[in-house]
Design a protein around this ligand. Structure first.
Ligand code: PAF
Length: 284
């Protein structure tokens, strides 16, 4: 049995505000949808290192799921989540019911992501990033954190949240934390549990493609994409959706210097995404 001290839990915004008032600054926020794994634990540990207090939220946000997506079957593992947050030393957890975050009768104001919200993931998941930004803005307003931490695994989400904090002057420092991976390279994700053993074996090729691409960086962007494509094409069972090379802010890739390689593919009905930083060399 764990000897960790249980964090204080708030299920209402009123309780959260009361809890927040007692927390020593600086306050770090780690927003999650629960089903916590080592990637989330790493976020809480990174928050601990940087802040006087750590608040985590556990809320499966209906606004970021489209029709036919996995909102209903998204894993909900509250007891295990609370135990993990206690072990990692979170001070407080916000675990609200849906009506507390989206009260009936609200005017329905939302945060729009701009053009970056309709490319890559946004092109296949219309409305997804408006749902993410709206709930994150609400969490920022409720917790009033000094900093908030997000995994680089959802890279487009991280870029958009950073842009929101900057462009709406929210006064929150947005910190990206590198992706945590299984031994074979698969990025940790709460959705990995949907994979059958065969799909799980196939899924490792996604990070393999990114690693091959990144290794070709000194030979330029064309070589990066070709190397990654070759791995994807040689992996039956993985159906690629996109493979894109961009600059670190998701704009056009530079000829040389820091870039980002992003991929999405399906293994059966499970959609997987991953990305890596790439250093591009000048092609001669
Ligand atoms: O990355 C997630 O788990 C979610 O998109 C977030 C940031 C908690 C918003 O619901």
């Amino acid at each position: 049995m764990s000897t960790a001290t249980a964090p204080a839990v708030a299920e209402t915004t009123a309780d959260l505000r009361a809890l927040r008032a007692r927390l020593p600054a600086p306050v770090a926020l780690v927003p999650t949808m629960g089903a916590l794994h080592e990637g989330h634990r790493t976020l809480v540990r990174a928050a601990r290192e940087r802040a006087g207090s750590v608040v985590a939220s556990v809320f499966v946000n209906p606004a970021q799921f489209g029709p036919g997506e996995d909102f209903d079957r998204y894993p909900r593992t509250w007891d295990a989540d609370l135990a993990a947050l206690a072990e990692e030393g979170a001070d407080a957890v916000f675990h609200p019911p849906v009506e507390e975050v989206y009260p009936p009768g609200a005017a329905g104001v939302s945060v729009q992501p701009g053009p970056l919200g309709s490319v890559l993931e946004g092109a296949v998941r219309p409305g997804h990033f408006a749902g993410v930004l709206t709930v994150v803005a609400k969490l920022f307003g409720l917790v009033r954190p000094d900093l908030a931490l997000f995994g680089e695994k959802d890279y487009q989400q991280l870029v958009l949240i950073r842009a929101m904090a900057r462009e709406l002057a929210l006064g929150v420092e947005v910190v990206g934390v590198p992706t945590v991976r299984e031994e074979d390279g698969l990025a940790l994700s709460s959705r990995n549990r949907y994979l059958s053993p065969e799909q799980r074996a196939t899924a490792a090729a996604l990070s393999g493609a990114l690693r091959s691409g990144a290794a070709a960086g000194p030979r330029g962007g064309g070589a990066v994409l070709a190397a990654a494509r070759e791995v994807l094409a040689g992996t039956p069972g993985l159906v690629p959706d996109y493979l894109e090379l961009t600059d670190p802010d998701l704009g056009p890739a530079p000829a040389a210097g820091p870039a980002r390689l992003l991929v999405a593919a399906r293994a059966g009905s499970t959609r997987l995404i991953d990305n890596l930083p790439v250093e591009l060399g000048e092609t001669r």
